[in-house]
Design a protein around this ligand. Sequence first.
Ligand SMILES: Nc1nc2c(ncn2[C@@H]2O[C@H](COP(=O)(O)OP(=O)(O)OP(=O)(O)O)[C@@H](O)[C@H]2O)c(=O)[nH]1
Ligand SMILES: [Mg+2]
Length: 242
Amino acid sequence: MAGISWQYVFKFIITGDAAVGKSSLLIRLTDQRFIANPDPTLGVEFGSKLITIPEESKVVKLQCWDTAGTESFRSITRSYYRGAAGCLLVYDVTSRKSFLNTRTWLADVRQHADPHLTCILVGNKVDLCQDESETQAEFNAEPISSVPPRSEFSNSKSKRQVSIEEAELFAKEEGLLFVESSAKSGLNVERAFEQAARDILEKIHRGAFDDDQSPGVKLSKPATGNNLVLDTARSRSVCCNT
Ligand SMILES: Nc1nc2c(ncn2[C@@H]2O[C@H](COP(=O)(O)OP(=O)(O)OP(=O)(O)O)[C@@H](O)[C@H]2O)c(=O)[nH]1
Ligand SMILES: [Mg+2]
């Protein structure tokens, strides 16, 4: 996919509790693969991807900062929120605690990102909820202070702990977009990023974002060289780890 040019660059951040699948979503987006046992993110990782919004005939370059969910990295990851135009706020549909914690992540993001930030709430690991006949009455809310080991998230019993209705309601109250996804199967991964990008484009059309004032949104200048052309439609790299 050589020689693709883009019209916009959007800065995205991916945030949420540890082990909810943030890095897995980014790897799925950029590399179309799934890693069963990825290393936890230490600090921040970076990935980029070109996406096309057909109805707008626009190609958008998403610059995505995938942040560590571990508390000890908070001060580092927070510095990457600055000016972000888009945010994937991720929880694990089998971990109620990770859903409850999205409130805290959201407040933090809103403090530092662009005031016009588009945020999409992403309920990941929906592949673990094959048996949707499980009753919501079986919810077993964990205390927010207890942090289960990482393996417990990925091997957790295949039970949904957050209903679609509850997540939708929260998203509506907070003005967020919402989707459920699976980094494992690929379900709705690209769609989540696309939906957010589409919303940002709409805000641009309404004049919400200002090219000079909004660092998270850049309009590519008329062709001046290589900075407008990407040799490959996707790339991903680890950086800024501490
Ligand atoms: N079944 C299933 N497992 C997933 C999915 N996404 C991620 N996982 C698993 O969940 C675990 C944590 O995934 P990561 O992508 O490293 O999570 P993270 O949110 O980046 O974690 P931190 O970097 O520590 O903040 C790994 O074992 C993944 O393989 C999914 O959609 N379905
Ligand atoms: Mg990670």
